[in-house]
Design a binder for this molecule. Structure first.
Ligand SMILES: [Zn+2]
Length: 471
């Protein structure tokens, strides 16, 4: 009987303390959102990155200016430590603007909008003129074979699927054309490739992005460009009328030797468990067209805002919270790889990493790469986000820059904003500051800070040894 009473008292007090925790958490989340929406700093930072600096391609002067600026701003926040982590990055330049047209036999020419893909070689000095073969994907090359492909420009025109609700899935279903299209077509003797831009929107803006020649020797590499969706449709309809038309393009990019750049890092030391590290980050580099406001200026300033919000709200974290602004996500992932390499070498214990690299749109929730028990713990926090209309907590990928930290115990997560408009801007000249909504950006920052607040408070200790238990 006595035992039963003791048990009841224990259960009751556990329940009371859980309830108090939950009330405290609600209040702290409210405080974080209030600070982000009423006195946020992320939008001003993004204004500077976009309008005072602009596109920040790895190895460029602008990328270095972004390093200097964000380092100085982190220092202004009064963090415990701010430093630069050196990393060698590829340097590729676009050179003079591209030029392209379609020409029917002896007839008029119609200019079309193209952008060299990142990493592409230049066309010959006089440009490249050839017949065009339209395909719906790499897998069709085999069907045509060398006989039909040699000397031609391969036109990859498989569009992103419109019926997929998650637009990143639609992107994933097409990106092989951009990334490997040139390397594959070159194997059949193609003279060049043009790739339909990866967007649902039908407009005049080509979308660039990284591509790779794989193991292809330098003298076998062929020029690769993205064509706007409107011009892709136009070219396709022209080809139906006249399969013998000529396509001409001239591009002037250059590849240089690697240059030194930096990841920008700042941290608040944990008050109780400084050796347990929580990372929040985005990537500082962007493509050269547009300002890289959504990709990934938004993720950068939101991550900076997370540590600022902790300071402003007077929340002293138990664990170390580290903001990492990664260099070179777009065309190499060197910053992400370097960060993980140094973390491993220094035997650092990363319990959690969160990346924002899906645009500065209304936050819906998080995609979580974790073991089941860790995931269930995160799921239990879901009700706290209800007032902010944040409800998406699903298992899935996290972010490219933090993915090298994956080791089976570190929990990885990616902010998941609404994705319907992201590919309107992604890697195009339209990815500018005015395309980012201030409130949406700030809600994203507050959502990230709230998630990190909960991870810091509760950690994943009680499930740390799950792997051992399973053995
Ligand atoms: Zn990105």
């Amino acid at each position: 009987m006595k035992k039963a009473i003791v048990l009841l008292v224990v259960l009751f007090s556990l329940n009371v303390s859980a309830q108090q925790d939950s009330e405290q958490d609600s209040l702290n989340l409210r405080k974080i959102y209030d600070l982000a929406l009423l006195q946020g700093k992320s939008y001003d930072w993004l204004d500077h990155l976009s309008n005072k600096i602009g596109g920040r391609l790895s190895g460029s002067v602008n990328a270095q200016r972004a390093v200097d600026y964000t380092k100085a701003e982190l220092e202004n926040l009064g963090l415990d430590r701010v430093w630069l982590q050196p990393v060698m990055v590829p340097k590729w330049t676009r050179g003079n603007p591209e030029y392209a047209y379609i020409q029917t036999q002896g007839g008029p020419t119609n200019t079309v909008n193209i952008l060299a893909l990142g990493g592409s070689v230049a066309t010959p000095d006089a440009g490249l003129r050839a017949k065009v073969l339209e395909v719906q994907g790499i897998e069709q090359l085999e069907h045509y074979g060398r006989k039909e492909i040699e000397g031609k420009i391969i036109f990859y025109n498989r569009p992103m699927r419109a019926d997929l609700i998650h637009t990143f899935e639609a992107y994933g279903g097409c990106v092989d054309q951009r990334y490997s299209g040139a390397a594959e077509a070159a194997k059949y003797g193609a003279a060049g490739v043009i790739v339909r831009s990866l967007t649902h929107k039908i407009d005049d803006h080509p979308h660039t992005g990284s591509m790779s020649y794989g193991e292809l020797p330098v003298n076998k590499r062929i020029p690769a460009a993205a064509i706007s969706t409107k011009d892709a449709e136009y070219l396709s309809s022209m080809l139906k009328l006249n399969p013998d038309l000529d396509f001409y393009y001239k591009m002037n990019p250059r590849n240089f030797e690697d240059v030194e750049s930096f990841n920008v890092i700042g941290e608040i030391k944990g008050s109780e468990r400084p050796d347990e590290i929580i990372v929040v980050g985005g990537h500082l580099d962007s493509w050269d067209v547009g300002d890289g406001a959504h990709d990934d200026g938004a993720g950068v300033v939101q991550s900076m805002e997370v540590v600022r919000l902790f300071k402003e709200a007077g929340i002293r974290p138990k664990r170390t919270i580290r903001v990492v602004l990664f260099m070179n996500e777009e065309n190499g992932l060197r910053g992400g790889n370097k960060y993980a390499e140094v973390a491993k070498k220094n035997k650092e214990n990363h319990i959690f990493a969160l990346e924002s690299d899906a645009g500065g749109f209304t936050p819906r929730g998080f995609s979580i790469d974790a073991r089941e028990s860790q995931f269930q713990k995160i799921k239990s926090w879901e009700p706290l986000f209800k007032p902010y209309l944040v409800h998406y907590f699903e298992k899935g990928g996290s972010g490219a820059d933090i993915s090298p930290l994956k080791n089976g115990s570190t929990v990885l997560a990616g902010l998941r904003p609404d994705s319907q408009r992201y590919f309107d801007y992604h890697h195009a000249a339209t990815d500018t500051f005015d395309a980012v909504n201030k409130r949406e950006l700030e809600l994203g920052a507050a959502t990230m800070a709230s998630f990190i607040y909960l991870v810091d408070k509760y950690g994943f200790d009680d499930i740390k040894n799950e792997a051992d238990i399973l053995k």
